[in-house]
Design a protein around this ligand. Structure first.
Ligand code: G4P
Length: 581
């Protein structure tokens, strides 16, 4: 296979959802379809607190949740899939957001009885900012759900996302009988078996087929016919370009636990989604693109490659995306077909293997071919280094990787100098933009309860801050002696405590802080300087400080105190993130 073909068959994505919507179950089903079946059962076992594919750390096992993100790699229908798992716990962390910077598409799982929930909304926003394609799976259709049309409306009204159903549910809850595939105009029937168990669909027929007619009661049949006519007439037609631009979401209905609708989803998703997208270098980049004709799996000879038939919408898939990449000199866009290796670190995980106490940097390859033992530049340190300990990961299981392609995620072990956001490259002119930061939402003080351990505590905390596990803030002089930490999720603080103890032998104490909102401050008039915070008019409880780059920040206990601040200090502008982004 040529490099271009290797790239075109890659799909790198994450599943986003609110806890309990069925992400773990769906992940397991994908693995079953991807023949990673011997490992699949271990994914859901995490809830039973057994050692699982995703549970790396002792802390995860103790709590029976997945804190760190797992990379699950498998082949399906000619596609090489990189599924980046994200923490499912409600106290999710910045990790989840960062993983989303390394994917090319997202699959949004929604509990069809509940609709769009809070965490889905947050994760969706991060994906939307990146403009990546988002596919939707309405799960748990075997149970009573909300009206399907209402669910579509909600995608539009709550997320502002245009939707186009690819399949449509026949019936609801007890009367749910299957789905209608709007592309093939075929019904996939779902069999209920006694005892409340289900089995995967066995029959495919047209809507007017007597078999279908027999299964659906008159009311459901008429309702489905009416809804389908309405969707054909007034719904948004499927628009592949809009899907790939993240402006329209294809919607699938099914039931993960019953394997129902999974294959339709997986085939549709892999065909209509995008191959690895080119990345932007922070500086102009010197290379030229290699414009090879690229054939995605869905376009190749199916019999030879054993790949899925293309859906009707996939007439211009990956080849277009790859070939339309700019090939001009000095562009800042690094084409995925550029032959020189480049990648960025999007996550660092320490202590994945307690026996080895090592540290692993997760790297997303952006261009060129990775080969084990290759020597690359590390622009931040200015050093060149050999990448010898490279792994493909499947939860706790590691397998040495000898080669990998753009879109792939690999783990590099034992490089303590790597930070999140670092570039690794054969071409020194490439430097990827640092991984974005996200507005912190929780704050806590951390201190060292044992004066004799001061050195260990400081060294450990400094290392964890450098890794980007959490960020620290300096409050204005005299306010406190302990360090104020800020994070996206509470879980990040627990990870800090756990790692301080297990890796550095340092106990720590967390004390609650009164703040719930943090903003970066700049002068409203860029010509002027920011005033001295001592002269700002504030309600009680508001504090000021600086971030690690010395940028001024304000901390508010409530929304009201923030609004009051804005009203009384028109010379100050507040920002969700520091300005350099
Ligand atoms: P998450 O990773 O998004 O948090 O969700 P997870 O897959 O763990 O699923 C949450 C619960 O929803 C699980 O039940 C799971 O079995 C159930 N579930 C997932 N898909 C479907 C579906 O299609 N239909 C129905 N009816 N239920 C579904 P649980 O009781 O919390 O766990 P378990 O004891 O079943 O493992």
């Amino acid at each position: 296979m040529s490099p271009a073909q290797e790239i075109a068959r890659r799909r790198t994505f994450a599943i986003i959802s609110h806890p309990d919507a069925g992400k773990t179950t769906l992940t397991e089903k994908f693995l079953l379809y991807g023949n990673a079946i011997h490992l699949a059962g271990t994914v859901t076992a995490r809830k039973n607190q057994r050692a699982t594919a995703s549970d790396w750390m002792e802390l995860e096992k103790q709590r029976g949740i997945s804190i760190s993100s797992t990379v699950l790699q498998f082949d399906y229908s000619g596609f090489a899939v990189n599924l980046l798992d994200t923490p499912g716990h409600k106290d999710f962390s910045e990790d989840t957001y960062r993983v989303l910077t390394a994917v090319d598409a997202a699959l949004m799982v929604i509990d069809a009885a509940k609709g769009v929930e809070a965490q889905t909304r947050k994760l969706f926003e991060v994906c939307r900012r990146r403009g990546i394609p988002i596919f939707t799976f309405m799960n748990k259709c075997d149970r009573p759900t909300r009206n399907a049309l209402e669910l579509l409306d909600e995608l539009e009204s709550v997320l502002g996302l245009q939707s186009s159903p690819v399949v449509w549910p026949l019936g609801n809850g007890p009367s749910f009988r299957g789905v209608f595939d709007r592309r093939t105009r075929q019904v996939h029937l779902f069999e209920r078996v006694p005892g409340g168990a289900f089995q995967a669909p066995v029959e495919v027929a047209s809507l007017s087929d007597p078999i279908v007619r027999e299964k659906l009661d008159d009311y459901t049949y008429e309702q489905v016919k009416e809804q389908l006519e309405m969707l054909d007439g007034a719904g948004h037609p499927f628009n592949l370009a809009a899907v790939r631009a993240g402006q329209q979401t294809p919607v699938y209905f099914g039931s993960a636990i019953n394997n129902f609708g999974i294959q339709l989803l997986l085939d549709g998703f892999l065909n209509d989604s995008v191959p690895p997208a080119p990345r932007r270098s922070a500086k102009p980049f010197n290379g030229t693109a290699q414009n090879g004709a690229v054939t995605p799996p869905s376009q190749r000879d199916n019999s030879a490659a054993g790949v899925a038939a293309p859906g009707p919408g996939s007439t211009s898939p990956a080849a277009v995306a790859l070939n339309s990449q700019p090939s001009t000199l000095n562009s800042q866009i690094v084409p995925v077909t550029y032959p020189k290796f480049s990648a960025f670190v999007f996550k660092i995980q320490a202590n994945m293997d307690p026996k080895h106490r090592d540290r692993i940097a997760f790297v997303r390859i952006c261009s060129g071919k990775f080969e084990r033992d290759m020597v690359v530049n590390h622009p931040r340190s200015g050093k060149s280094m050999r990448l010898s300990s490279s792994h493909k990961l499947f939860g706790q299981e590691r397998e040495t990787v000898d080669e990998a392609w753009p879109g792939d995620v690999i783990g590099l072990v034992g490089h303590s100098e790597f930070h999140i956001g670092d570039t690794l490259t054969e071409d020194k002119s490439i430097e990827y933009d640092e991984i974005p930061r996200f507005p912190p939402e929780v704050f806590t003080f951390i201190s060292n309860p044992n004066p004799s351990d001061a050195k260990k505590f400081r060294a450990g905390l400094d290392q964890l801050l450098q890794e980007g596990v959490v960020q620290s803030l300096n409050l204005r002089a005299g306010m406190t002696t302990s360090t104020l930490l800020a994070a996206v999720g509470q879980l990040q603080f627990e990870v800090v405590q756990f790692r301080l103890e297990s890796e550095y032998g340092a106990a720590s104490r967390l004390d609650p802080s009164p703040w719930t909102i943090m903003k970066w401050m700049t002068p409203a008039n860029p010509e002027e300087k920011l005033g001295d915070p001592a002269h700002f008019v504030v309600a009680s409880g508001v504090a000021f400080g600086t971030d690690k780059l010395d940028q001024p920040v304000a901390l508010f206990p409530t929304e009201w105190t923030m609004r009051y601040f804005l009203e009384k200090n028109p010379s100050v502008k507040l920002h969700d993130l520091p300005l350099e982004q």
